[in-house]
Ligand binder design. Structure first.
Ligand code: AHR
Length: 501
């Protein structure tokens, strides 16, 4: 049996987890909105036309914020099409996904959905086909009280209270040539800076996210970051990062270590931000909004549609146990960088590369990847501690030598300690030894496991509970060392509670 050790000292902290670490993303694409969150014909629909079964699954996930309305969609979006009486809203061609957008859901419906769900909205403005003027109008529509054109327009539409949206994204993936209105770094940096200036004059309370590279592999990375930050550093608060991984060549050993790529991507973006900070003699640290991350089988399964129909099924990836290990690793990496990563959105929330799936007019089921997200969102709020790791290693083609064990430790707000751990070994169990320093009376424990004999098994409409987490009582303590067995190829949550009294 393999033995791996971690040492966790209560005093050695990385940082506090921002609640927006547990955010998601909803784009007008595929069946994310129509048939996903919104479906008036569904038997579970509420009086606003939103599916109660989806609301329940989202609530359970404990999502703190949702980014909307795109994604690539936002770069051609006219937000005015999505407000006012539904029967007057135009159907428009969405050039990002070659579909038709009926505009039955828009800014008001989304912000009110968030309000009812106690979730913070994060809005993106269109810097593809539009610019600063439309951005400030939308901001006024959302955040101003009354007495000016766009605030009064919102009130006339029936929404008296402003939404006070705090976080705004300055466009989406502007470095990608697939993006409608794609720009060079200089062009985008200038527009982003001027838009940021105008938006902060409109509402000084807001925070702004500048577009970073749309992936670690973009040929313009990291020059893009350096150039756009040189233009806009002083007027923005976050730079965005996006990462999608897939097992498109059967190299599972590399795929389940994808978080190693994410790890270096974060460190390189942080270095680039700090370089610009130094150059500008600034006192401000640029934070990261990892506003799209997930597994996405985009290269092997992407079929461009030019159907001009509304809400076709797009990117409805089915996740298995390999994806659990990969997503779990990504969550661990995000936690280990919580000092700089303040916002992270799993992309997306419903039906489109998503942990939650629905059937039109029918039922809902939770994918395998729902569970690691649920665990981290539920038990990963507090302060992340350093984990000193001693683990057996293996070689993989894409990322070199990597440990079989990945882990992160969170001292939760209620005083309990959670250790999240992935065993990437496909055949062997690992005995994990957790050595605690400066912790007292952590007597009670719980071990949640997600694993499966068949690593290709998925949850589907027909078998919604094929891969489910379960709890075991197998933690042994010897002085300050807790020993726990992590089954081969498993996701684990180890919870240690303080003994009261
Ligand atoms: O999430 C799907 C797409 O992935 C988004 O629209 C885009 O921003 C990214 O390329």
């Amino acid at each position: 049996m393999l033995i791996s050790k971690i040492t966790v000292n209560k005093m050695f902290t990385i940082g506090n987890v921002d609640k927006r670490m547990y955010s998601s993303f909803l784009e007008h694409v595929g069946r994310a909105i129509y048939g996903g969150i919104y479906e008036p014909e569904n038997p579970t629909a509420d009086e606003h036309g939103f599916r109660r079964d989806v609301m329940q699954a989202v609530k359970e996930l404990n999502i703190s914020a949702i980014r909307y309305p795109g994604g690539n969609f936002v770069s051609g979006y006219c937000w005015e099409d999505g407000i006012g009486p539904r029967e007057l809203r135009p159907r428009r061609r969405d050039l990002a996904w070659s579909c038709v957008e009926p505009n039955h859901v828009g800014t008001d419906e989304f912000c009110n959905y968030c309000k009812r769900m106690d979730i913070e909205p994060i809005l993106a403005v269109n810097l593809g086909t539009r610019g600063a003027d439309d951005a400030r109008n939308l901001l006024e529509y959302c955040n101003a009280e009354k007495g000016t054109k766009y605030a009064d327009m919102r009130i006339a539409n029936g929404y008296i209270s402003p939404y006070k949206v705090k976080t705004w994204c300055l466009g989406n993936e502007m470095d990608g040539d697939w993006q409608i209105g794609h720009k060079t770094a200089q062009e985008y940096g200038r527009i982003a800076y001027e838009t940021a200036k105008i938006m902060k004059l409109t509402d000084p309370e807001i925070e702004l996210v500048l577009c970073g590279s749309s992936s670690h592999h973009m040929p313009t990375f990291p020059d893009w970051e350096a150039k756009v930050l040189e233009e806009a550093y002083n007027s923005v608060d976050y730079i965005s990062m996006h990462s999608y991984y897939e097992n498109n060549d059967g190299d599972t050993a590399s795929f389940v270590a994808s978080n190693r790529d994410m790890e270096s991507f974060i460190e390189e973006v942080v270095s680039t931000c700090d370089y610009v900070k130094a150059k500008k003699h600034s006192l401000k640290d640029m934070m990261i909004s990892y506003d799209e991350w997930n597994v996405w089988y985009q290269f092997s399964r992407f079929q461009p549609h030019a159907s001009w129909i509304a809400s076709p099924s797009l990117f409805e990836d089915v996740y298995n146990m390999e994806d659990v290990i990969t997503v779990g690793g990504m969550l661990i990496t995000l936690l280990r960088h919580c000092d700089r990563v303040k916002i992270a959105c799993i992309a997306q929330l419903v039906n489109v590369i998503s942990p939650i799936m629905t059937e039109n007019k029918g039922t809902l089921w939770k994918q395998t990847t729902y569970y690691p997200y649920l665990h981290v969102s539920r038990y990963g709020r507090g302060t992340v501690l350093h984990t000193l790791l001693e683990s057996a290693m293996y070689d993989c083609k894409k990322y070199g030598t990597v440990p079989y064990l990945e882990s992160a430790a969170v001292l939760c707000d209620d005083g309990s300690l959670t250790v999240f751990a992935c065993n990437r070994h496909m055949e062997e169990e690992i005995e994990m030894q957790i050595k605690l320093q400066e912790f007292e009376n952590y007597e009670r424990h719980e071990h949640i496991i997600l694993n499966c004999d068949d690593r290709y098994k998925s949850n589907t409409k027909v078998t919604p509970h094929a891969v489910m987490p379960y709890t075991v009582d197998d933690i042994f303590r010897e002085d300050s060392i807790y020993k726990v067995k992590l089954p081969a190829f498993s996701w684990n949550v180890i919870r240690l509670y303080r003994q009261e009294g």
